[in-house]
Write a protein that binds this ligand. Structure first.
Ligand SMILES: [Zn+2]
Ligand SMILES: [Zn+2]
Length: 181
C-alpha cells in the first residue's frame, strides 16, 4: 500500500489525504476538478508507537534496506540526525520517521549552539589573522571554512527547533507541512 499523499486542489483549495499512486489523477471531492497526484517530498513523522495515519500501535522498525528505500521514495538523503529507525504500520502500511524525544532535541540545540559560537569566534580570529598574515589566502580560507561550519550549525539548530515545534502536535497536523530546510 502506498503512503498517503497530501493533495491540494488548485481550484477550490480543498486539502485531503490521498492513497492514490503518484502520477495518477485524483478527483477533488469539493469541486470535481482533476488533481495530479504528485510524488510526496515531505517525509511523514510521528510518535514511536503510534501510526500517524491510522493511529494503530502495531508497527515494526524498518531494516537498513527499507530505510534507504523509504528516503529514496521521498527523494531525500538519509537524515544524519536519526535516533530511531523509521517504522512501518502493520495495519495500514504507512511508513514514518520517528520524532526524537524532546531531551534529544534540546540537547542537540545546545550542542549546536556551542558549536555555532565557537565556529563564529574561529571565523573572526582567522579573518583578523588573514588581514595581518603574509599568506592571506590560506588564513582567509580557514575563516571561510569556519564560517561555513557556523552556517551548518545554524541550519542544524533550525532543523531541531522545527522538529521541537512539531513534536507536540497531534498526528496528522505536523506531518504534512512542507519542510523548508
Ligand atoms: Zn476542488
Ligand atoms: Zn497505520
Amino acid at each position: 500500500m502506498p503512503d498517503r499523499v497530501r493533495l491540494t486542489c488548485p481550484k477550490c483549495g480543498a486539502e485531503w489525504e490521498s492513497a492514490d499512486r503518484p502520477g495518477s489523477i485524483a478527483t477533488c471531492a469539493g469541486c470535481g476538478s482533476p488533481v495530479k497526484v504528485t510524488l510526496p517530498t515531505v517525509v511523514p513523522t510521528g510518535e514511536r508507537d503510534r501510526c500517524p495515519a491510522c493511529g494503530s500501535g502495531d508497527s515494526v522498525p524498518l531494516g537498513d534496506k527499507a530505510i534507504e528505500a523509504f528516503y529514496a521514495a521521498y527523494k531525500q538523503k538519509k537524515s544524519p540526525f536519526l535516533l530511531f529507525r523509521p517504522r512501518k504500520c502493520q495495519a495500514c502500511g504507512q511508513r514514518w520517521e520517528v520524532n526524537p524525544p524532546r531531551w534529544a532535541l534540546v540537547g542537540g540545540i545546545a550542542i549546536l549552539g556551542v558549536g555555532l559560537v565557537l565556529c563564529l569566534a574561529g571565523a573572526v580570529v582567522c579573518a583578523l589573522w588573514a588581514a595581518d598574515s603574509e599568506e592571506p589566502a590560506k588564513s582567509g580560507g580557514l575563516a571561510l571554512t569556519a564560517f561555513a561550519a557556523a552556517v551548518g550549525c545554524g541550519y542544524g539548530i533550525r532543523h531541531y527547533v522545527q522538529k521541537l515545534r512539531t513534536a507536540g502536535r497531534p498526528p496528522g497536523e505536523g506531518d504534512s507541512r512542507p519542510d523548508r530546510w
